[in-house]
Design a protein around this ligand. Sequence first.
Ligand code: ATP
Ligand code: MG
Length: 196
Amino acid sequence: MNKQKALLIIKPDGVQRGLCGTILKRFEKVGLTIIGFKFASADPATVKAHYPENDVWFGKVGQRTLTNYAKKGLDAKKIFGTDNAIQIGKTVKQWLISYFQESPVLIVAVEGYETIEIVRKISGNTIPILAIPGTVRGDFSHDTIDLANEQNRPLRNIIHASDSVEDGEKEVNLWFTKEELFSYKRADEALMFPLN
Ligand code: ATP
Ligand code: MG
């Protein structure tokens, strides 16, 4: 079985709230290996390349707003000037680029078995109020779609975690150079996986 790589970013709200150590500890504790680590200002062009630029992703992001607005009887046109999911997703992407300029971010690459599933599980639901306790987003944030959209900003949900094996590879290579990535074995790997 092959190992997978994932990119984690402690977003500006996580950094500003002094949560870097507390959050990173959860990923180390579960057994993932840190293979890249840096604190940096996110270049807007890198954030633009980081978040997808296709209608499937724009539609998924916009649909979050539409589903929530439908439940609450709110009108997306009032905030976004449209009720087209793809157009809403494009606006949210612009907000994300600005959000990442608020402060430095902590960028971490991790590796291990089933890494994508693990990092998504530890991070929790994208929408903080839906993220269950015990997850990073569930424990440290309670933002809502209504409030975020009304204030023309993305959900402040503390962390980014890659959500597919392909994106994990792509994102790690986007944010790190080859020289910034390390290959080594954790000392406790033999205890976690005795036959490795
Ligand atoms: P991330 O990629 O940051 O780990 P995610 O994979 O859980 O988050 P995506 O669908 O990729 O969720 O959305 C990227 C980010 O955009 C979210 O983490 C959130 O900050 C913001 N976002 C997504 N949908 C909305 C929305 N409808 N309104 C406001 N912000 C949103
Ligand atoms: Mg995502």
